[in-house]
Design a protein around this ligand. Structure first.
Ligand code: CA
Length: 318
């Protein structure tokens, strides 16, 4: 393994776009995916583990350790089960109903032990979360020095200047655990927010999935089937987009190359109560602080991102 490869930890609730994000990472020549930590949201945590293992096997990377993470929000009393609307978007199995097989395993140690090692070594590890921020909030509390070791953490979630996608104010990952997101955003960690402001500007159409089918591999067929399902649902729910947004792949891409997005520096909080619950908003108490902890992406170079995406998907699916 080359010394110069970027070490990447992904924190996924593996539905369709998380699978695309995982493929993006595995198709990146300069990246070593060192672990996937699973959570809940698009699917239950257990289904996220199964889907992650199946996708890793299919893409020829069964060596990547998969960790079981949070199965519910910080204040929830029972494990999360996806509601009907979410099952429709990501399919009953979370992968658009595409048939998957995989050896469902989780790493024997806990993700906290892995992250304690990262914090102790202070090594250069990039962390990207594309589900609720429950895992990250828990890890930051339990692993001393983790925030400093990770540097800037990129997450897919939130909406600053556009409406939410589960309520007029809230985006799904934040809405699934507003308290966790608030503790991450107000806890001193440096973050990069890839929210609906930018993910709705990067859209995939059936032209791309047709090109994947041409590759003819089992992985390419599965990704085409799964993504066609996702495109169909988005065309029904959000016809103005003209395809499916690449939420989670954009988060991985921006973590690896921040020049893909233009950001506003801000200190954010999350509304925890009332009709705006789950809204990401500038924190009035820290509005004038010179130091801003979050880089909120508001612009994206869509053509360059799509070029990167196509190249990496072709590598991953070949
Ligand atoms: Ca996700």
């Amino acid at each position: 393994m080359s010394e110069t490869r970027r070490r990447l930890i992904l924190d996924l609730d593996t539905g369709v776009d998380d699978a695309l994000a995982l493929a993006y990472a595995l198709g990146s020549p300069d990246v070593e995916v060192t672990a996937v930590i699973c959570s809940y949201g698009n699917v239950s945590m257990r289904t996220a583990v199964r889907n992650t293992c199946a996708v890793l096997d299919l893409l020829g990377h069964p060596e990547v350790p998969v960790f079981a993470g949070a199965d519910r929000a910080l204040d929830a009393s029972s494990p999360f089960a996806p509601p009907a609307g979410v099952r429709r978007i990501h399919g009953e199995n979370g992968l658009g109903g595409a048939s998957v097989r995989g050896w469902c395993r989780t790493a024997p140690q806990s993700a906290l032990d892995l992250l304690r090692g990262v914090a102790e070594r202070g090594d250069d590890t990039t962390y990207v979360a594309t589900g609720p921020l429950t895992n990250l909030a828990t890890e930051l509390v339990n692993v001393s020095g983790l925030g400093a070791a990770l540097g800037r953490v990129t997450f897919m979630g939130g909406a600053l200047a556009v409406p939410g996608n589960v309520t007029p104010c809230a985006e799904a990952n934040i809405a699934n655990d507003p308290a966790a997101a608030d503790s991450v955003l107000r806890g001193g960690l440096r973050t990069r927010m890839i929210g609906l402001d930018v993910t709705h500007q990067v859209v995939l159409t059936r032209d791309d999935t047709a090109a994947w089918r041409e590759l003819g591999t089992p992985a390419a067929r599965l990704f085409a089937d799964m993504t066609d399902h996702y495109i169909t649902v988005y065309r029904q729910n959000n016809p103005q987009l003209g395809g499916c947004p690449l939420h989670d792949p954009l988060a991985v891409a921006a973590a690896l190359d921040p020049s893909l997005v233009g950001c506003l520096s801000a200190n954010l909080r999350v509304d925890l109560e009332g009709p705006t619950r789950g809204r990401t908003v500038c924190d009035p108490d820290r509005l004038r602080d010179a130091e801003k902890s979050c880089e909120v992406a508001l612009e994206v170079d869509e053509p360059r991102f799509l070029d990167y995406f196509r190249l990496r998907m072709a590598r991953a699916l070949a």
